[in-house]
Design a protein around this ligand. Sequence first.
Ligand SMILES: [Fe+2]
Length: 381
Amino acid sequence: MSRIPRAVLRQTESTFESRLPPAVKPLPRPEPTGRAIELAFLRWEKRDLGPTERFWRDFGMHIVSRTDDRLIARGAGPAPCIAIAEKGVRNRFVGAAFRMSDDTDLQRYVQTLGGHWLAPEVIPGGGQGVELADPSGRPVWLLQGQSTVDPLPVRAPLVADTNTAHHAPRVNRTVRAPIEPARVVRLGHVVMQTVDFARMADWYQRVLGIIPTDVQYLADGSPTLAFCRLNLGDRPADHHTVVIVGGIEEKVEHSAYEVIDLDALGQGQQVLRAQGHRHLWGIGRHVLGSQLFDYWFDPDGFEYEHYTDGDLFTADFETAYSPLEFGSIWAWGQDAPASMKPKKNLGTLLHVLGLLRRKAITPGRLKLLGQALDAPARPWA
Ligand SMILES: [Fe+2]
């Protein structure tokens, strides 16, 4: 009699730092220079602003202003700006801007970290700011004193009205979420890949005072991915606002935007599909951060995420560690597309050989990264 193999489903298992096995190295936590309290906006350079404007509108952002050489968008929340695109010669992510706490001394960044003061007219929402270069050379803006704007009206979330097996508040009423773009409320997080994970993780923690919520490590116990949250003290902060991912490139992986609820995510997907935009992945639920997600490409191939229902933590919550596995990025939903991993082609091979020649990465680390990414994500599927 033939036996039907039984699939063993498993979830990522995390361990708090205080109970870390000796083989796993804790992520060093440098003394912060100041404290970021919000990811304010992201800056882009685009050869043509028109397609980006159209995508941002269909994605659910609100266009604040458009000139021949600058496009500014906001969400429905009080931030005056969440995205800027300036006309240039390349399509590229320029860098992130963070709002810093009032007790952060920006002058310290000028004196000790090579920063320089920004001209006030370049900062949407006003205030003052300093520009620094991160270890990969990407400019990072630290801002204070930005004005806020009145929030735009959005529909009430439908979640409170959800009928479940044991609780049914919705009787003699239906669910009819409007077919409209997903109405981005705010910018949530940015994920950056880097070759030198240790240096970038140290720099962003030092500069922004961010706290690692979840750290993932390679088979040799070395940390190589950090989901970091803002230090807002007792005020709950998103599971991650900045994510540093060790890899073979310096690039932005994706940026993520919070929408009202799951129905906004779903209707937003329909609108983006109807407008001919390119879908990447979703709808599903993440493991680390727990967000319900849906990923899209902008017209130039940059990845944008809609999300809702993410985890929140206060500053005192302990850092957790888990092994780096491709399957650990989603709890359920369709499989993550293979395009989210490095392409296995001649270009990647030549690039990796260049990294090895420059000693930017060791053969051992490269092998461990490959193992983590190549392990089947859903062995039971
Ligand atoms: Fe994300």
